[in-house]
Design a protein around this ligand. Structure first.
Ligand code: DX5
Ligand code: ZN
Length: 227
């Protein structure tokens, strides 16, 4: 397994996103996670394509854009054009998920499917061969700084089994409440891409917090591989 860190700028100072991204990159970020919220799919509002376009100019690592919107089909193209390298859409929002995934891939981005805590893994069954990654939500989306839901661990294991059965080695990303206490648990369950907002950007030293989180994840991955 390959650990990748995706700091979520939702917890950063929006007046100084450039500095936040630069610090996260110095701390070993592999991607920058951008949370897009429309006030309908989740009860919060964040950023749109113009902000992603500006971030793309300064980020040295790829942008991982998480669409928490009711109509991802309508906006996918604009976000990829703005610079999203990875785009995740929620299974709960899409009646024609195969078509959406094919559309995103056709735009040249990695297509991910995000799944809410209350949605059963079976909702991914039919698209398992087609996803580039799966984003398992470990909190109910909408806000940073929430408490990690422990059922995520068994869910990550179940998603890994589903992907393996489908012959797909696509990585699992976990998002919500990831910190030094929870990261080892999700990594041992099979998560490879770790989103973290508050635990990185609310820390007094962003670079050190990112490095420490990555080190804890690597350590758990190595221990898992030895087990
Ligand atoms: C929640 C977002 C997350 C959020 C995570 O709806 O999808 O990406 O930024 O924040 P923390 O790490 O603070 O739980
Ligand atoms: Zn997110």
């Amino acid at each position: 397994m390959t650990i990748r860190l995706a700091p979520s700028i939702l917890a950063a100072d929006f007046a100084a996103l450039g500095a936040a991204i630069e610090a996260a990159e110095r701390g070993g970020a592999d991607f920058i996670h951008v949370d897009v919220m429309d006030g309908h799919f989740v009860p919060n509002l964040t950023v749109g394509p113009p902000v992603v376009r500006s971030l793309k100019r300064i980020a040295r690592v790829p942008l991982d854009v998480h669409l928490m919107v009711t109509d991802p089909d309508r906006y996918a193209e604009a976000f990829v054009a703005a610079g999203a390298s990875m785009l995740s859409v929620h299974v709960e929002a899409l009646p024609h998920l195969n078509r959406t995934l094919a559309f995103i891939k056709g735009l040249g981005a990695k297509a991910g499917v995000a799944i809410n805590p209350s949605t059963p893994v079976a909702a991914l069954e039919e698209v398992a061969p087609d996803v580039d990654f799966v984003l398992v939500m470990s909190v109910n989306p909408g806000f940073g700084g929430q408490t990690f839901l422990p059922r995520t661990e068994s869910k990550v294991r179940a998603v890994r089994e589903l992907l393996d059965r489908a012959g797909n080695s696509a990585p699992i990303e976990v998002d919500g409440g990831i910190d030094l206490q929870t990261v080892g648990r999700v990594v041992r369950a099979g998560a490879e891409i770790l989103v973290a907002g508050s635990s990185i950007f609310h820390a007094p030293d962003i670079v050190a917090a990112a490095r420490a989180l990555r080190a804890a994840a690597e350590e758990a991955a190595a221990r898992g591989a030895r087990a």
